[in-house]
Write a protein that binds this ligand. Structure first.
Ligand code: ACO
Length: 359
C-alpha cells in the first residue's frame, strides 16, 4: 500500500492534467504556456467554473460580481477589531473566510475568491501599520489586489506578473489541498467548507508553505559563493531544500519557468534573480550527487518566492497569495465532485491488536 497514495487515481476531472514525466500541465484544454502571461485571472475563473455553476454569468458579469464581492469582503475587515488577534496570516485569512455563509452558487464562489484576496491585503496593510485600502470594484482583479496591498497603483507589468502567478497556480490535478477540498465537497458540506479545507491543507510546509522558507534560505546564503557550503550543511543536518522536489514531476516543474519569465518581465534583474539562479544551480547539482536515483528538480515554490517578493509581498503572506489563485481550483473541483462524484470514503488497513477475549 502506498502511504502517500502515489499512483492512486481518486477522481476523474476535466479541470487539469499533470504529466510529471514530460513536465507538462494542461488546464481545461490549454497548455500552461497558452494561459500563463496571456490570460487574466478573471478569464481563468470563467474557464474553470464554466459548466459547474448554474448561474455563471458571462465574463463581464463574472468580473462585475468579483469586484462587488471584493467590496463586500472589505466591509468585514474595515471595522475596528475585525481582525482576529494572535493568528498568523493564513490563520487570519482562514478565520475571516469561515464567516462567509455556506452556499453552492456563483455568489458564494465569488465571495470566497474575493475574500482570500481582500483579507490577505488587509493582513499585509496591518503588518505595515498602514490604513486599509478599499477595493475598486471596476478595477482588474490583480491590479486591485496590488493596490490594496501597497496603497499605490500597480504598473501594467506588475499587474500582469500577478495575473501570471495566479493563473499559473490556479489548478494542478489532485494535489493534497484539492484532494482534501474534494473530500469535503463530496459530503455536500458546501463551498465555504471545501475552501477552508483546501486552505488548511495548503498551509503545510510540504505543500503551499514552502515559499516563505525559500526566502529565509536565500537570506541565510546571502551571496552566490556561500551557496554550496550552506546547502551541503543543510542537507547534512537532514533538512529538505525548500523549492525542490515534487511528488509528480520528475523533470522541471513547468510552472517554475512560467514564473521565472514573469519575474524577468518586471525587469531583467528583478528581485534577487542572479543569487537565486546560482543557488538553484548549486542545489540541483548537490541533489543530483546525493540522490542519484531520484530526480529532484526545481518546483513552483522557488520562483514563487522571488516573484511575490519582487511584487512587494512579505514572505509571511506568500501562502495566502498562493491561496488567492488555488481557491479557484478548489471551487471548480468541489463543484465537479458534487456534480459527478460520490461520497469519498476509502478503506483502511487495520494493524492494531485483535480484540481481547474475556477471561
Ligand atoms: N531536499 C532534500 N531532499 C529531498 C527533497 C528536498 N527538497 N525532496 C525530496 N527529498 C528526498 C527525501 O529526503 C527522500 O529521500 P530518502 O528516500 O533518502 O528518504 C527522497 O528525496 C524522496 O522524498 P519523498 O518525501 O518520498 O518525496 P515526495 O514525493 O513525498 O515529496 C515533496 C515531495 C514533499 C514536495 C518533497 O520533495 C519536499 O519535501 N520538498 C521540499 C518542500 C517543497 O518545496 N514543497 C513544495 C512542493 S510544490 C507544491 O506543493 C505546490
Amino acid at each position: 500500500m502506498a502511504e502517500g497514495l502515489e499512483g492512486v487515481v481518486a477522481a476523474s476531472t476535466v479541470l487539469s492534467d499533470v504529466d510529471g514525466a514530460a513536465g507538462r500541465l494542461v488546464i481545461r484544454g490549454f497548455e500552461l504556456g497558452q494561459l500563463a502571461g496571456r490570460t487574466r485571472f478573471a478569464e481563468a475563473a470563467h474557464l474553470l467554473l464554466d459548466g459547474f455553476l448554474d448561474d455563471l454569468p458571462d465574463l463581464d458579469g463574472l468580473e462585475r460580481m468579483l469586484g462587488e464581492a471584493r467590496v463586500e469582503a472589505f466591509a468585514h475587515v474595515e471595522l475596528p477589531h475585525s481582525m482576529p488577534p494572535g493568528l498568523n496570516p493564513v490563520e487570519t485569512v482562514r478565520a475571516l473566510l469561515a464567516r462567509i455563509p455556506e452556499g453552492d452558487d456563483v455568489r458564494t464562489a465569488m465571495r470566497l475568491l474575493a475574500g482570500v484576496s481582500v483579507f490577505t491585503a488587509a493582513v499585509a496593510r496591518r503588518r505595515q501599520h498602514q490604513d486599509l485600502v478599499p477595493p475598486d470594484p471596476a478595477a482588474d482583479h490583480a491590479a486591485d489586489v496590488l493596490r490594496m496591498v501597497r496603497g499605490t497603483t500597480a504598473t501594467l507589468e506588475e499587474a500582469a506578473a500577478l495575473d501570471t502567478y495566479l493563473v499559473t497556480v490556479c489548478d494542478h490535478g489532485l494535489n493534497a489541498s484539492t484532494f482534501a477540498a474534494r473530500v469535503t465537497a463530496s459530503t455536500l458540506a458546501g463551498l465555504t467548507s471545501a475552501v477552508l479545507t483546501g486552505l488548511s491543507t495548503l498551509k503545510g510546509p510540504l505543500h503551499g508553505g514552502a515559499p516563505g522558507p525559500v526566502i529565509e534560505m536565500l537570506d541565510a546564503i546571502g551571496g552566490a559563493s556561500n551557496a554550496r557550503r550552506w546547502i551541503e550543511s543543510a542537507l547534512d543536518r537532514g533538512d529538505r531544500l525548500m523549492g525542490f522536489g515534487h511528488r509528480i514531476y520528475r523533470v522541471r516543474d513547468p510552472r517554475a519557468d512560467a514564473l521565472k519569465r514573469a519575474l524577468k518581465g518586471l525587469s531583467p534583474d528583478a528581485g534577487r534573480l542572479a543569487l537565486a539562479e546560482a543557488v538553484e544551480q548549486a542545489a540541483l547539482q548537490i541533489l543530483r550527487e546525493r540522490k542519484p536515483d531520484r530526480s529532484l528538480q526545481t518546483n513552483v515554490e522557488f520562483y514563487t518566492a522571488l516573484l511575490l517578493e519582487a511584487l512587494g509581498f512579505d514572505a509571511s503572506e506568500f501562502t495566502c497569495v498562493f491561496a488567492m489563485g488555488r481557491t479557484l481550483g478548489w471551487l471548480a473541483h468541489a463543484r465537479e465532485q458534487v456534480a459527478n462524484g460520490r461520497l469519498i470514503r476509502p478503506a483502511s488497513n487495520y494493524v492494531g491488536p485483535e480484540p481481547r477475549i474475556a477471561a
